[in-house]
Design a protein around this ligand. Structure first.
Ligand code: SAM
Length: 233
């Protein structure tokens, strides 16, 4: 079973986020286990301090390395990247990482993987974590969040829906945007005429071959118009 361990100073962030929709269903079906751990449990001082001032001066605080290394070691048995068990990934959420995309979601969705998600806060995480512990440094886009928690949830959601059986029979990840390098085709539902805006006739025709052709062309046209960079790739 795929397992996510999230290391965070706000485990409560995930309580409701992992308890709705497809993620909840996948957990209930035993396809994925998701556990949020409080980073402070791996501190050794009385006040459970996880941050400190940056060497060299400057604003803000930095997450200390000791509790993070201790946490990863407690969860995986390894305190350095090269000692991690097979199929184990330690992902640092970071504005400076590789930008998350469907290909990485697919890569992470291997069913027997163990994925540790490290959520930064404040000015970020002591660089020795990225240097010696993490296998992947991942950003969800070129903007700065206050913490890695929303980014971790984005990754969990995108990965879980790719697990075989996670989506109900009514939906499938196969035809979705990015799965074939294109955006999804336009979708319509009833009524066929809404305030004079009509659903394309082909979709009402019942001719499955024609509908498949229409969808393929519409997906291409939409991708060309909205995301031509995908076609260039
Ligand atoms: N000083 C850092 C910088 O300029 O790159 C930003 C730190 S940010 C305020 C605090 C934490 O939020 C980061 O350590 C990271 O875990 C998370 N974070 C911020 N932006 C992110 C993004 N685009 N993708 C993933 N995580 C992000």
């Amino acid at each position: 079973m795929l397992r996510f361990d999230i290391i965070t100073i706000f485990p409560e962030f995930f309580r409701e986020a992992i308890d709705c929709g497809i993620v909840r269903r996948a957990r209930n079906a035993g396809l994925v286990e998701i556990i949020a751990h409080d980073l402070r449990q791996w501190t050794t001082d009385k006040h459970h301090v996880v941050d400190d001032r940056p060497f060299g001066g400057g604003d803000g605080m930095v997450l200390k390395p000791e509790p993070i290394f201790a946490g990863v070691e407690a969860l995986t048995g390894a305190a350095r990247r090269e000692d991690l068990p097979p199929n184990t990934r330690v992902v640092l959420l970071s504005a400076q990482g590789e930008v998350f995309a469907q290909a990485l979601a697919k890569d992470l969705s291997q069913s027997d993987s163990r994925i540790v998600l490290l959520c930064g806060r404040y000015e970020g995480v002591d660089e020795r974590v990225a240097d010696a512990l993490v296998t992947d440094e991942v950003s969800i886009g070129d903007y700065v969040l206050s913490g890695g928690e929303p980014a971790a949830m984005v990754i969990i959601d995108a990965v879980v829906r790719l697990l075989p059986g996670a989506l109900g029979s009514e939906t499938s990840a196969v035809n979705e945007s990015f799965s074939e390098g294109l955006l999804d085709y336009p979708q319509y539902t009833r009524p066929p005429d809404f305030r004079g805006m009509r659903v394309p006739e082909t979709l009402l025709s019942g001719n499955h071959a024609e509908i498949a052709r229409w969808r393929k062309e519409a997906a291409l046209e939409k991708t060309r118009r909205k995301r031509p960079d995908l076609l260039n790739r």
